[in-house]
Design a protein around this ligand. Structure first.
Ligand code: NAD
Length: 525
């Protein structure tokens, strides 16, 4: 254990990747809550990644040719197998990620089961070819088909190592693609478990493959001939990945970091707002891209709100994540704790007050106390940069307008939260907050809603996971245009003549100027 803890303490996953990622042939996986070595996985080489993508391309031909109803039925077999083996999956999630058992069940396994169930039911409707009536060229019939893109690459982080990759893998395969997943180097075993369940459920092995490895394996995936990339991770990696995709003209979806603000209005239900801040800030020990990362509390209720948040935080139980009665588990690797400590030191030096928590927890694993700090202001890094740890910083504001202004003064825009006793007022504020999703009187729940788009604006990324459009984005929209009436000559084709020019000139005016009478007549059909 001592040696393992030392290995673990030698630096972050990224640092280890930088030093030994290219050379090592295996990746080691450690339990954040105990420091135990859990196992290892291949460090997939670029040549192996290329071979995987080549196999995926072949497998996709048959998979993509299946009727969508058949693909959905087969993917439901995978869901059933995940549910049957959920104890095994939850156990590994708890060990490899250090997250509480409850969260492994609800935020990982249940979210995947529900997402598959939703898309298996609705994908045939969402991806059905649709006729598009042309407003001008009435002589033609246009249909848009949703054609699988081919091989989709998925690169994912460690904080939801089951739910996040499978969300993208499963929407991609339902849409008819084959997928190669590059999971985080910190959580390779859970990705391999998903693959093992897929294969055991009798699904085509090359339709879903897993290339475990460090950053260079992800870079190799982008270079291996994929047609679409879904990347979830930090902003700085996202920049490099988007540039690599741009270089190769590969379309991509970027799900990057967040700095979710939570606004507490003077009329809010304080009990719910305080519980929301605690759940939203400390779920998965704050290692959530949509965590409550900063709170703006109206001056009228600020003191009572802070006191209640502190009381509720002190009641949280931190410890062995395999126990169902534990609220907070471990921090994934030492660097995340160092980041939290740097934010705290900066905030305290600038006048913030630590109301509870603030320290590492002694023990074999990596834990950090759930921490509430008050008296924060925008000069502190804790209010402006992603923390990704169990810290809830709170700032007093004089008005809702000030709260919205500060909420919007950020380079990130993934989720945001507004608590108000007046739902209409809450909704109006939500419309003014710049974010991909804004929840009124709730936190985090949109991550479990497959029917609505999920994603960010500004440097939180672009494109959307989930929602009907996400399924369509896994396809190339293909337009097929067929003539309704047989004609051997077309007035738009050669030869051009003075007469045809004059005719089209009159047409321009008739269609697009003044009353546009002709256009309005055409609109009737
Ligand atoms: P990270 O950016 O360090 O790594 C993400 C993935 O990218 C890993 O699999 C990594 O191996 C891979 N990678 C690294 N370098 C690469 C390269 N050059 N080319 C291709 N792939 C490369 O992120 P992380 O630390 O694993 O995750 C935490 C971050 O993820 C946080 O910023 C968090 O906000 C973000 N996140 C966002 C969402 C979302 O939906 N927007 C969800 C979860 C996490």
């Amino acid at each position: 254990m001592g040696q393992m803890a030392t290995d673990r303490a030698t630096g972050s996953a990224a640092q280890r990747a930088a030093t030994d990622g290219q050379a090592a042939t295996r990746i080691k996986s450690y339990a954040p809550a105990t420091g135990d070595l859990l196992g290892d996985a291949p460090n997939t080489t670029p040549a192996e990644v290329r071979a995987m993508v080549a196999r995926a391309r072949v497998a996709q031909q048959a998979w993509g040719a299946l009727p969508i109803e058949e693909r959905c039925a087969r993917v439901l077999r995978f869901r059933d197998a995940v549910v049957d083996r959920s104890d095994e999956v939850i156990d590994l999630l708890v060990r490899e990620c250090g997250k509480p058992k409850h969260e492994a069940l609800l935020h990982e396994v249940a979210v995947v089961a529900d997402l598959v169930t939703y898309f298996a039911k609705h994908a045939p409707r969402i991806l059905r070819a649709r006729d598009v009536p042309l407003h001008l060229m009435k002589q033609r019939r246009s249909t848009v088909h949703y054609v699988p893109r081919g091989v989709v690459g998925v690169i994912s982080p460690w904080n939801f190592p089951f739910q996040l990759p499978l969300r993208d893998v499963l929407t991609a395969v339902i849409a008819g693609n084959a997928v190669v997943l590059k999971p985080s180097e910190v959580t390779p075993l859970i990705a391999l478990k998903a693959k093992e369940i897929w294969d055991a459920a009798g699904l085509p092995e090359d339709v879903f493959q897993v290339a475990t490895g460090y950053g260079p394996t992800g870079a190799a995936l982008i270079d291996a001939g994929i047609q679409f990339l879904v990347f979830t991770g930090g902003v700085s990696t996202g920049r490099r990945v988007a540039a690599a995709c741009g270089e190769r003209l590969i379309p991509c979806l970027m799900e990057l970091g967040g700095k979710a603000p939570l606004i507490v209005c003077a009329d809010a239900d304080l009990e719910r707002a305080a519980r929301g801040a605690v759940f939203g800030g400390f779920s998965n020990s704050g290692q959530v891209c949509i965590s409550v990362e900063r709170v703006y509390a109206h001056a009228e209720i600020h003191d009572r709100f802070v006191d209640r948040v502190v009381e509720l935080t002190r009641e949280l139980r931190q410890g062995d994540p395999s126990r169902a009665s534990v609220d907070l588990g471990a921090i994934i690797f030492p660097q995340q704790i160092e980041i939290a400590e740097r934010h705290l030191a900066d905030a305290v030096a600038k006048g913030a007050v630590v109301r509870c928590g603030g320290r590492r927890v002694d023990g074999p694993g990596q834990m950090f106390e759930p921490t509430v700090i008050a008296g924060c202001d925008p000069t502190m890094t804790v209010m402006t940069q992603e923390i990704f740890g169990p810290i809830v910083p709170i700032m007093r504001v004089a008005s809702d307008d000030e709260a919205v202004r500060l909420a919007n003064d950020s380079h990130l825009g993934l989720n945001a939260y507004v608590f108000s006793g007046d739902r209409d007022h809450g909704e109006r504020l939500a419309e003014r907050v710049q974010a991909g999703s804004v929840l009124v009187n709730d936190v985090l729940s949109n991550a479990g809603c497959p029917e609505v788009p999920f994603g960010g604006i500004k440097q939180s990324g672009f494109g959307r996971a989930m929602g009907d459009d996400a399924l369509r984005d896994m396809c190339d929209p293909k337009h097929i245009s067929v003539d309704r009436v047989a004609t051997s000559r077309d007035p738009l084709w050669f030869p051009y003549t003075d007469g045809s020019y004059a005719w089209f000139q009159r047409g321009l005016r008739a269609l697009y100027s003044g009353s546009g009478l002709v256009r309005r007549v055409l609109d009737l059909f």
